[in-house]
Design a protein around this ligand. Structure first.
Ligand code: BES
Ligand code: ZN
Ligand code: ZN
Length: 499
Protein backbone atom coordinates (compact mmCIF):
# COMPACT_ATOMS: atom_id res chain seq x y z
CA UNK A 1 0.00 0.00 0.00
CA UNK A 2 1.19 3.47 -0.85
CA UNK A 3 0.07 6.85 0.49
CA UNK A 4 -0.34 9.68 -2.01
CA UNK A 5 -1.15 13.26 -1.11
CA UNK A 6 -4.02 14.96 -2.92
CA UNK A 7 -5.40 18.37 -2.37
CA UNK A 8 -9.17 18.67 -2.52
CA UNK A 9 -12.19 19.52 -0.46
CA UNK A 10 -12.89 16.20 1.30
CA UNK A 11 -16.54 15.93 0.32
CA UNK A 12 -15.73 16.40 -3.35
CA UNK A 13 -13.33 13.43 -3.57
CA UNK A 14 -14.40 10.65 -5.88
CA UNK A 15 -13.48 7.37 -4.19
CA UNK A 16 -14.81 3.96 -3.14
CA UNK A 17 -14.40 4.93 0.49
CA UNK A 18 -13.74 8.23 2.18
CA UNK A 19 -12.42 8.07 5.75
CA UNK A 20 -13.38 11.03 7.92
CA UNK A 21 -12.73 11.69 11.59
CA UNK A 22 -15.34 12.71 14.16
CA UNK A 23 -14.78 14.02 17.66
CA UNK A 24 -16.82 12.91 20.60
CA UNK A 25 -19.56 15.48 21.21
CA UNK A 26 -18.12 17.37 18.26
CA UNK A 27 -20.23 15.90 15.56
CA UNK A 28 -21.35 19.35 14.59
CA UNK A 29 -18.07 20.56 13.07
CA UNK A 30 -18.60 22.37 9.72
CA UNK A 31 -17.58 19.41 7.59
CA UNK A 32 -19.77 16.90 9.39
CA UNK A 33 -22.62 19.37 9.53
CA UNK A 34 -22.47 19.71 5.78
CA UNK A 35 -22.19 15.96 5.37
CA UNK A 36 -25.07 15.32 7.73
CA UNK A 37 -27.19 17.66 5.67
CA UNK A 38 -26.21 16.01 2.41
CA UNK A 39 -27.10 12.64 3.95
CA UNK A 40 -30.48 13.87 5.19
CA UNK A 41 -29.56 13.59 8.85
CA UNK A 42 -28.02 10.08 8.83
CA UNK A 43 -25.23 11.08 11.23
CA UNK A 44 -27.58 12.66 13.74
CA UNK A 45 -29.84 9.63 13.50
CA UNK A 46 -26.92 7.32 14.29
CA UNK A 47 -25.93 9.45 17.26
CA UNK A 48 -29.48 9.50 18.60
CA UNK A 49 -29.73 5.74 18.13
CA UNK A 50 -26.48 5.35 20.13
CA UNK A 51 -24.83 3.71 17.13
CA UNK A 52 -22.06 6.24 17.07
CA UNK A 53 -20.72 8.81 19.50
CA UNK A 54 -17.25 9.67 18.23
CA UNK A 55 -15.47 7.66 20.92
CA UNK A 56 -11.93 6.70 19.93
CA UNK A 57 -11.86 3.96 17.25
CA UNK A 58 -15.65 3.75 16.93
CA UNK A 59 -16.81 3.19 13.36
CA UNK A 60 -19.85 4.28 11.37
CA UNK A 61 -20.39 3.39 7.73
CA UNK A 62 -22.48 5.84 5.74
CA UNK A 63 -24.03 5.28 2.32
CA UNK A 64 -24.23 8.60 0.57
CA UNK A 65 -27.17 9.53 -1.55
CA UNK A 66 -26.82 9.37 -5.30
CA UNK A 67 -24.87 12.28 -6.68
CA UNK A 68 -22.19 12.32 -4.01
CA UNK A 69 -18.71 11.51 -5.25
CA UNK A 70 -17.76 9.02 -2.48
CA UNK A 71 -19.43 5.60 -2.70
CA UNK A 72 -19.25 5.18 1.06
CA UNK A 73 -17.99 7.20 3.97
CA UNK A 74 -16.32 5.67 6.99
CA UNK A 75 -16.58 7.86 10.06
CA UNK A 76 -14.00 7.05 12.67
CA UNK A 77 -14.20 8.29 16.25
CA UNK A 78 -11.25 10.38 17.44
CA UNK A 79 -12.33 10.76 21.07
CA UNK A 80 -12.49 14.17 22.64
CA UNK A 81 -10.90 17.06 20.76
CA UNK A 82 -8.78 18.15 23.70
CA UNK A 83 -7.37 14.64 24.27
CA UNK A 84 -6.13 14.14 20.70
CA UNK A 85 -2.58 12.79 20.48
CA UNK A 86 -0.44 11.30 17.75
CA UNK A 87 -1.12 7.89 19.24
CA UNK A 88 -4.89 8.40 18.99
CA UNK A 89 -4.58 9.46 15.37
CA UNK A 90 -2.42 6.40 14.61
CA UNK A 91 -5.03 4.20 16.25
CA UNK A 92 -7.99 5.79 14.49
CA UNK A 93 -6.38 5.53 11.03
CA UNK A 94 -5.30 1.99 11.81
CA UNK A 95 -8.77 0.94 12.95
CA UNK A 96 -10.25 2.29 9.72
CA UNK A 97 -7.78 0.39 7.55
CA UNK A 98 -8.17 -2.90 9.42
CA UNK A 99 -11.93 -2.56 8.99
CA UNK A 100 -11.50 -2.09 5.25
CA UNK A 101 -9.23 -5.11 4.74
CA UNK A 102 -10.79 -7.53 2.28
CA UNK A 103 -13.68 -5.17 1.41
CA UNK A 104 -12.88 -5.19 -2.33
CA UNK A 105 -12.37 -1.48 -2.70
CA UNK A 106 -10.70 0.09 -5.68
CA UNK A 107 -9.60 3.14 -3.82
CA UNK A 108 -9.53 4.78 -0.40
CA UNK A 109 -9.25 8.44 0.45
CA UNK A 110 -8.45 9.60 3.94
CA UNK A 111 -9.19 13.07 5.22
CA UNK A 112 -8.51 12.31 8.84
CA UNK A 113 -6.12 15.18 9.30
CA UNK A 114 -8.79 17.55 8.22
CA UNK A 115 -10.84 18.63 11.13
CA UNK A 116 -8.49 18.17 13.98
CA UNK A 117 -7.60 20.46 16.82
CA UNK A 118 -4.45 22.44 17.34
CA UNK A 119 -2.69 20.35 19.98
CA UNK A 120 -0.79 18.46 17.29
CA UNK A 121 1.21 20.22 14.61
CA UNK A 122 0.71 19.48 10.93
CA UNK A 123 3.81 17.34 10.68
CA UNK A 124 2.75 15.27 13.69
CA UNK A 125 -0.70 14.72 12.18
CA UNK A 126 0.57 13.65 8.78
CA UNK A 127 3.17 11.36 10.31
CA UNK A 128 0.71 9.74 12.71
CA UNK A 129 -1.97 9.15 10.07
CA UNK A 130 0.55 7.77 7.57
CA UNK A 131 1.98 5.42 10.19
CA UNK A 132 -1.48 4.28 11.29
CA UNK A 133 -2.58 3.55 7.71
CA UNK A 134 0.60 1.75 6.64
CA UNK A 135 1.23 -0.21 9.83
CA UNK A 136 -2.39 -1.40 9.98
CA UNK A 137 -2.31 -2.34 6.30
CA UNK A 138 0.52 -4.79 6.94
CA UNK A 139 -0.08 -8.46 6.34
CA UNK A 140 2.29 -11.43 6.36
CA UNK A 141 0.96 -13.15 3.28
CA UNK A 142 3.93 -14.66 1.49
CA UNK A 143 2.85 -18.20 2.33
CA UNK A 144 -0.80 -17.78 1.34
CA UNK A 145 -1.92 -19.13 -2.00
CA UNK A 146 -3.22 -16.56 -4.49
CA UNK A 147 -6.95 -16.97 -3.91
CA UNK A 148 -6.68 -16.82 -0.14
CA UNK A 149 -4.27 -13.90 -0.29
CA UNK A 150 -6.74 -11.98 -2.43
CA UNK A 151 -9.36 -12.12 0.33
CA UNK A 152 -7.56 -9.74 2.62
CA UNK A 153 -6.21 -7.24 0.16
CA UNK A 154 -6.36 -3.48 0.34
CA UNK A 155 -6.15 -1.05 -2.55
CA UNK A 156 -2.61 -0.22 -3.68
CA UNK A 157 -3.08 3.46 -3.01
CA UNK A 158 -4.64 5.48 -0.23
CA UNK A 159 -5.08 9.14 -1.07
CA UNK A 160 -4.38 11.43 1.83
CA UNK A 161 -6.52 14.48 1.31
CA UNK A 162 -5.30 17.91 2.34
CA UNK A 163 -7.68 20.82 1.91
CA UNK A 164 -5.18 23.59 1.46
CA UNK A 165 -3.01 23.48 -1.68
CA UNK A 166 -0.29 25.28 0.25
CA UNK A 167 0.06 22.23 2.54
CA UNK A 168 0.62 19.77 -0.21
CA UNK A 169 4.40 19.73 -0.56
CA UNK A 170 4.87 19.85 3.20
CA UNK A 171 2.51 16.89 3.55
CA UNK A 172 4.34 14.99 0.81
CA UNK A 173 7.61 15.44 2.63
CA UNK A 174 6.27 14.01 5.89
CA UNK A 175 4.41 11.19 4.15
CA UNK A 176 7.68 10.23 2.47
CA UNK A 177 9.58 10.14 5.76
CA UNK A 178 6.88 8.17 7.57
CA UNK A 179 6.64 5.75 4.65
CA UNK A 180 10.36 5.00 4.79
CA UNK A 181 10.08 4.38 8.51
CA UNK A 182 7.14 2.03 7.99
CA UNK A 183 9.07 0.12 5.32
CA UNK A 184 11.68 -0.61 7.98
CA UNK A 185 8.98 -1.72 10.45
CA UNK A 186 7.59 -3.97 7.72
CA UNK A 187 10.97 -5.61 7.20
CA UNK A 188 11.25 -6.22 10.95
CA UNK A 189 7.76 -7.75 11.10
CA UNK A 190 8.47 -9.92 8.05
CA UNK A 191 11.67 -11.24 9.65
CA UNK A 192 9.87 -12.02 12.91
CA UNK A 193 6.88 -13.68 11.20
CA UNK A 194 9.06 -15.88 8.99
CA UNK A 195 8.72 -19.49 10.17
CA UNK A 196 11.61 -21.37 11.72
CA UNK A 197 12.05 -23.84 8.87
CA UNK A 198 13.36 -21.15 6.56
CA UNK A 199 14.76 -18.87 9.26
CA UNK A 200 18.33 -20.07 9.83
CA UNK A 201 21.05 -17.72 11.12
CA UNK A 202 22.49 -17.75 7.57
CA UNK A 203 19.09 -16.74 6.17
CA UNK A 204 18.85 -13.85 8.63
CA UNK A 205 22.35 -12.77 7.63
CA UNK A 206 21.46 -12.86 3.93
CA UNK A 207 18.35 -10.76 4.62
CA UNK A 208 20.52 -8.21 6.42
CA UNK A 209 23.05 -8.24 3.57
CA UNK A 210 20.38 -7.67 0.93
CA UNK A 211 18.82 -4.84 2.94
CA UNK A 212 22.26 -3.28 3.51
CA UNK A 213 23.13 -3.39 -0.19
CA UNK A 214 19.81 -1.75 -1.06
CA UNK A 215 19.96 0.98 1.55
CA UNK A 216 23.64 1.82 1.55
CA UNK A 217 24.86 0.28 4.80
CA UNK A 218 28.06 -1.61 5.40
CA UNK A 219 27.41 -5.23 6.37
CA UNK A 220 29.92 -7.75 7.69
CA UNK A 221 29.05 -11.32 8.62
CA UNK A 222 31.24 -13.27 11.05
CA UNK A 223 30.85 -16.94 10.21
CA UNK A 224 31.37 -19.84 12.62
CA UNK A 225 35.08 -20.19 11.80
CA UNK A 226 35.68 -16.53 12.60
CA UNK A 227 33.65 -16.74 15.81
CA UNK A 228 35.77 -19.73 16.87
CA UNK A 229 38.98 -17.95 16.00
CA UNK A 230 37.95 -14.85 17.96
CA UNK A 231 36.66 -16.91 20.91
CA UNK A 232 32.96 -16.06 21.07
CA UNK A 233 32.67 -18.88 23.59
CA UNK A 234 29.25 -18.05 25.04
CA UNK A 235 27.60 -17.56 21.64
CA UNK A 236 29.17 -20.75 20.27
CA UNK A 237 28.06 -22.67 23.36
CA UNK A 238 24.41 -21.81 22.65
CA UNK A 239 24.79 -22.65 18.96
CA UNK A 240 26.50 -26.02 19.36
CA UNK A 241 23.30 -28.06 19.64
CA UNK A 242 22.02 -26.94 16.24
CA UNK A 243 22.89 -28.23 12.79
CA UNK A 244 22.66 -24.64 11.61
CA UNK A 245 25.83 -22.63 12.02
CA UNK A 246 25.66 -19.40 14.00
CA UNK A 247 26.89 -16.03 12.78
CA UNK A 248 27.31 -12.46 13.92
CA UNK A 249 25.71 -9.77 11.76
CA UNK A 250 27.39 -6.35 11.90
CA UNK A 251 25.76 -3.36 10.19
CA UNK A 252 27.29 0.11 10.04
CA UNK A 253 25.76 3.46 9.17
CA UNK A 254 28.13 6.39 8.76
CA UNK A 255 25.84 9.40 8.88
CA UNK A 256 27.85 11.44 11.37
CA UNK A 257 31.32 12.98 11.29
CA UNK A 258 34.20 10.67 10.72
CA UNK A 259 35.63 9.51 14.02
CA UNK A 260 32.48 10.32 16.01
CA UNK A 261 31.88 7.38 18.36
CA UNK A 262 28.87 5.38 17.16
CA UNK A 263 25.69 4.56 18.98
CA UNK A 264 25.65 0.78 19.29
CA UNK A 265 22.49 -1.30 18.91
CA UNK A 266 22.56 -4.97 19.82
CA UNK A 267 19.65 -7.35 19.22
CA UNK A 268 19.05 -10.93 20.32
CA UNK A 269 18.88 -13.15 17.26
CA UNK A 270 17.77 -16.58 18.42
CA UNK A 271 16.05 -17.77 15.24
CA UNK A 272 14.31 -20.50 17.21
CA UNK A 273 14.39 -21.15 20.94
CA UNK A 274 13.44 -24.70 21.91
CA UNK A 275 15.11 -24.14 25.28
CA UNK A 276 17.84 -26.63 24.38
CA UNK A 277 18.38 -29.51 26.82
CA UNK A 278 16.28 -27.48 29.31
CA UNK A 279 13.51 -28.04 26.76
CA UNK A 280 10.50 -25.77 26.76
CA UNK A 281 6.96 -27.18 27.05
CA UNK A 282 5.44 -27.77 23.60
CA UNK A 283 2.48 -25.48 24.19
CA UNK A 284 3.10 -22.21 22.32
CA UNK A 285 6.63 -23.25 21.45
CA UNK A 286 5.78 -22.22 17.89
CA UNK A 287 5.96 -18.62 19.08
CA UNK A 288 9.66 -19.04 19.74
CA UNK A 289 10.32 -18.26 16.09
CA UNK A 290 10.00 -14.68 17.32
CA UNK A 291 13.03 -14.97 19.59
CA UNK A 292 15.05 -12.96 17.11
CA UNK A 293 12.74 -9.94 17.33
CA UNK A 294 15.43 -7.85 19.02
CA UNK A 295 17.81 -8.64 16.16
CA UNK A 296 15.07 -7.91 13.62
CA UNK A 297 14.46 -4.53 15.30
CA UNK A 298 18.15 -3.70 15.02
CA UNK A 299 18.15 -4.64 11.33
CA UNK A 300 15.01 -2.54 10.76
CA UNK A 301 16.38 0.43 12.69
CA UNK A 302 19.61 0.36 10.71
CA UNK A 303 17.56 0.31 7.50
CA UNK A 304 15.52 3.29 8.65
CA UNK A 305 18.65 5.19 9.70
CA UNK A 306 20.09 4.70 6.22
CA UNK A 307 16.89 5.55 4.32
CA UNK A 308 16.27 8.63 6.46
CA UNK A 309 19.94 9.68 6.33
CA UNK A 310 20.14 10.12 10.08
CA UNK A 311 23.18 12.34 10.77
CA UNK A 312 24.76 9.98 13.26
CA UNK A 313 27.19 7.06 13.31
CA UNK A 314 25.63 3.73 14.19
CA UNK A 315 26.70 0.15 14.58
CA UNK A 316 24.10 -2.60 14.78
CA UNK A 317 25.08 -6.08 15.93
CA UNK A 318 22.96 -9.23 15.83
CA UNK A 319 24.24 -12.52 17.22
CA UNK A 320 22.26 -15.15 15.31
CA UNK A 321 21.92 -18.72 16.60
CA UNK A 322 19.43 -21.52 16.94
CA UNK A 323 18.89 -23.05 20.40
CA UNK A 324 18.40 -26.80 19.92
CA UNK A 325 18.70 -29.92 22.07
CA UNK A 326 20.90 -32.63 20.58
CA UNK A 327 23.89 -34.85 21.28
CA UNK A 328 26.16 -31.89 20.75
CA UNK A 329 24.13 -29.37 22.77
CA UNK A 330 25.39 -27.72 25.96
CA UNK A 331 24.24 -29.35 29.19
CA UNK A 332 23.01 -27.72 32.38
CA UNK A 333 26.12 -27.33 34.51
CA UNK A 334 28.49 -26.67 31.61
CA UNK A 335 30.91 -23.78 32.00
CA UNK A 336 31.56 -21.51 29.02
CA UNK A 337 34.34 -18.97 28.60
CA UNK A 338 32.84 -15.84 27.07
CA UNK A 339 34.57 -13.45 24.67
CA UNK A 340 35.19 -11.11 27.62
CA UNK A 341 37.16 -13.84 29.40
CA UNK A 342 34.53 -14.16 32.13
CA UNK A 343 33.36 -17.72 32.69
CA UNK A 344 29.65 -18.58 32.85
CA UNK A 345 28.01 -21.53 34.55
CA UNK A 346 25.05 -22.51 32.36
CA UNK A 347 22.49 -23.83 34.79
CA UNK A 348 19.59 -23.57 32.37
CA UNK A 349 20.14 -23.84 28.62
CA UNK A 350 16.89 -21.94 28.06
CA UNK A 351 18.50 -18.77 29.43
CA UNK A 352 20.46 -18.58 26.17
CA UNK A 353 19.71 -15.00 25.10
CA UNK A 354 21.93 -13.44 27.75
CA UNK A 355 24.78 -15.73 26.68
CA UNK A 356 24.81 -14.65 23.06
CA UNK A 357 24.22 -11.01 24.07
CA UNK A 358 27.18 -11.17 26.45
CA UNK A 359 29.54 -11.84 23.56
CA UNK A 360 27.83 -9.37 21.24
CA UNK A 361 28.07 -6.64 23.90
CA UNK A 362 31.75 -7.44 24.46
CA UNK A 363 32.34 -7.28 20.71
CA UNK A 364 30.60 -3.92 20.34
CA UNK A 365 32.58 -2.44 23.23
CA UNK A 366 35.62 -2.75 20.96
CA UNK A 367 34.07 -0.06 18.72
CA UNK A 368 34.15 2.45 21.62
CA UNK A 369 30.47 3.37 21.28
CA UNK A 370 29.09 6.51 22.94
CA UNK A 371 26.26 4.37 24.29
CA UNK A 372 24.74 0.92 23.84
CA UNK A 373 21.09 -0.08 23.62
CA UNK A 374 20.25 -3.77 23.44
CA UNK A 375 16.86 -5.29 22.63
CA UNK A 376 15.88 -8.83 23.43
CA UNK A 377 12.91 -11.13 23.94
CA UNK A 378 14.82 -12.11 27.03
CA UNK A 379 12.49 -13.28 29.80
CA UNK A 380 9.04 -14.74 30.28
CA UNK A 381 9.13 -12.93 33.62
CA UNK A 382 8.85 -9.64 31.73
CA UNK A 383 5.43 -10.69 30.44
CA UNK A 384 4.40 -11.54 34.00
CA UNK A 385 5.53 -8.11 35.20
CA UNK A 386 4.26 -5.83 32.43
CA UNK A 387 2.03 -7.94 30.21
CA UNK A 388 1.98 -6.95 26.55
CA UNK A 389 1.55 -3.25 27.24
CA UNK A 390 5.11 -2.12 27.80
CA UNK A 391 8.73 -2.97 27.12
CA UNK A 392 10.90 -3.19 30.24
CA UNK A 393 13.89 -0.85 30.33
CA UNK A 394 16.85 -1.24 32.66
CA UNK A 395 20.37 0.13 32.54
CA UNK A 396 23.24 1.95 34.14
CA UNK A 397 22.53 5.51 32.95
CA UNK A 398 19.40 7.31 34.10
CA UNK A 399 19.59 10.04 31.44
CA UNK A 400 19.73 7.43 28.67
CA UNK A 401 16.80 5.56 30.21
CA UNK A 402 14.79 8.78 30.50
CA UNK A 403 15.46 9.65 26.85
CA UNK A 404 14.31 6.20 25.76
CA UNK A 405 11.16 6.44 27.86
CA UNK A 406 10.38 9.83 26.30
CA UNK A 407 10.90 8.42 22.79
CA UNK A 408 8.48 5.63 23.71
CA UNK A 409 5.78 8.10 24.76
CA UNK A 410 6.18 10.02 21.51
CA UNK A 411 5.97 7.03 19.17
CA UNK A 412 3.47 4.92 21.11
CA UNK A 413 5.89 2.12 22.04
CA UNK A 414 5.84 2.53 25.79
CA UNK A 415 8.64 1.62 28.18
CA UNK A 416 8.58 1.02 31.91
CA UNK A 417 11.71 1.04 34.02
CA UNK A 418 12.65 -1.74 36.43
CA UNK A 419 15.40 -1.24 39.04
CA UNK A 420 18.89 -2.64 38.59
CA UNK A 421 20.31 -2.30 42.08
CA UNK A 422 23.58 -4.04 42.88
CA UNK A 423 21.71 -6.18 45.38
CA UNK A 424 20.43 -8.35 42.54
CA UNK A 425 24.00 -9.38 41.62
CA UNK A 426 23.89 -11.78 44.59
CA UNK A 427 21.36 -13.93 42.73
CA UNK A 428 23.69 -14.66 39.80
CA UNK A 429 26.83 -15.49 41.82
CA UNK A 430 28.24 -18.91 40.99
CA UNK A 431 30.40 -21.19 43.14
CA UNK A 432 32.36 -22.51 40.20
CA UNK A 433 32.41 -19.73 37.58
CA UNK A 434 32.48 -15.91 37.45
CA UNK A 435 28.72 -15.76 37.00
CA UNK A 436 25.77 -18.10 36.45
CA UNK A 437 23.15 -17.67 33.76
CA UNK A 438 20.03 -17.83 35.95
CA UNK A 439 19.06 -16.04 39.14
CA UNK A 440 16.09 -18.07 40.35
CA UNK A 441 12.39 -17.19 40.17
CA UNK A 442 12.36 -13.77 41.87
CA UNK A 443 12.92 -10.75 39.60
CA UNK A 444 13.73 -12.79 36.49
CA UNK A 445 13.84 -9.80 34.15
CA UNK A 446 16.13 -7.91 36.49
CA UNK A 447 18.60 -10.72 37.10
CA UNK A 448 18.84 -11.23 33.32
CA UNK A 449 19.78 -7.55 33.00
CA UNK A 450 22.17 -7.86 35.96
CA UNK A 451 23.90 -10.60 33.96
CA UNK A 452 24.24 -8.36 30.88
CA UNK A 453 25.55 -5.52 33.04
CA UNK A 454 28.68 -7.60 33.69
CA UNK A 455 29.60 -7.26 30.01
CA UNK A 456 29.13 -3.50 29.53
CA UNK A 457 31.07 -2.09 32.47
CA UNK A 458 32.28 1.44 31.91
CA UNK A 459 29.83 2.23 29.11
CA UNK A 460 26.44 3.95 29.06
CA UNK A 461 23.98 1.15 28.44
CA UNK A 462 20.26 0.40 28.41
CA UNK A 463 18.56 -2.96 27.98
CA UNK A 464 15.07 -3.34 26.54
CA UNK A 465 13.22 -6.57 27.30
CA UNK A 466 10.67 -6.86 24.50
CA UNK A 467 9.40 -10.36 25.41
CA UNK A 468 5.86 -9.02 25.90
CA UNK A 469 5.77 -6.46 23.10
CA UNK A 470 7.45 -8.16 20.13
CA UNK A 471 4.56 -10.51 19.43
CA UNK A 472 0.81 -10.10 19.84
CA UNK A 473 -1.81 -12.81 19.86
CA UNK A 474 -4.56 -10.22 19.53
CA UNK A 475 -4.37 -7.39 17.05
CA UNK A 476 -4.26 -3.74 18.04
CA UNK A 477 -5.60 -0.81 16.03
CA UNK A 478 -2.44 -0.49 13.92
CA UNK A 479 -0.70 -3.75 14.78
CA UNK A 480 -2.01 -6.94 13.20
CA UNK A 481 -1.46 -10.25 15.06
CA UNK A 482 2.07 -11.64 15.13
CA UNK A 483 5.35 -9.76 14.94
CA UNK A 484 4.82 -6.13 15.94
CA UNK A 485 8.08 -4.60 14.73
CA UNK A 486 8.50 -3.04 18.17
CA UNK A 487 11.75 -1.16 18.66
CA UNK A 488 12.17 0.35 15.21
CA UNK A 489 10.01 3.44 15.67
CA UNK A 490 11.23 3.69 19.25
CA UNK A 491 14.90 3.69 18.33
CA UNK A 492 14.47 5.98 15.33
CA UNK A 493 12.62 8.47 17.54
CA UNK A 494 15.36 8.14 20.17
CA UNK A 495 18.19 8.50 17.65
CA UNK A 496 16.56 11.60 16.14
CA UNK A 497 16.45 13.12 19.63
CA UNK A 498 20.22 12.69 19.85
CA UNK A 499 20.94 14.66 16.66
N1 BES B 1 13.09 -16.49 24.72
C1 BES B 1 12.81 -16.78 26.07
C2 BES B 1 11.97 -15.71 26.76
C3 BES B 1 10.58 -15.53 26.24
C4 BES B 1 9.53 -16.26 26.77
C5 BES B 1 10.30 -14.59 25.28
C6 BES B 1 8.25 -16.08 26.32
C7 BES B 1 9.02 -14.41 24.81
C8 BES B 1 8.00 -15.15 25.33
C9 BES B 1 14.11 -16.90 26.86
O1 BES B 1 15.20 -17.39 26.15
C10 BES B 1 13.86 -17.83 28.00
O2 BES B 1 13.51 -18.93 27.74
N2 BES B 1 14.00 -17.34 29.22
C11 BES B 1 13.77 -18.12 30.36
C12 BES B 1 14.81 -17.77 31.38
C13 BES B 1 14.81 -18.66 32.60
C14 BES B 1 15.24 -20.06 32.21
C15 BES B 1 15.75 -18.08 33.62
C16 BES B 1 12.38 -17.80 30.89
O3 BES B 1 11.98 -16.64 30.82
O4 BES B 1 11.68 -18.71 31.30
ZN1 ZN C 1 15.28 -19.52 26.14
ZN1 ZN D 1 15.16 -17.06 24.09
Amino acid sequence: MEIKVRHAKPLTVKTDCLILGAYEKGLQGPLLKQLNQQLSGQINDAVRAKEFSGKLNELLVLRPAAGMPAKRILLIGLGSRSALTAERLRQASGTAIQYLKGKRLNGIACALTFEIGSSLDFKGQIQAVTEGLLLAGYRFDRYLSETIRAEGVLPNVVNLVVANPKDRSEAEKHVKQATLLCQAVKLTRDLVNEPGNSKSPAWLASQAETMAAESGLKCTIFDQARLLEEKFGALLGVAQGSEREPCLIVLEHHGGSEGDPPVALVGKGVVFDTGGISLKPSEKMDQMKMDMAGGAAVIGTMMAAALLNLPINLIGVVPAVENMPSGTAIRPGDILTSLSGQTVEVLNTDAEGRLILADALTYVKGHNPRLIVDLATLTGACIIALGHQATAVLGNDQKLIRDLITAGEVCGERLWQLPLWEDYDEQIKSEVADVKNIGGRPAGTITAAAFLKKFVSGLRWAHLDIAGTAWLEDRRPYIPKGGTGVGVRLLVTFLKSLT
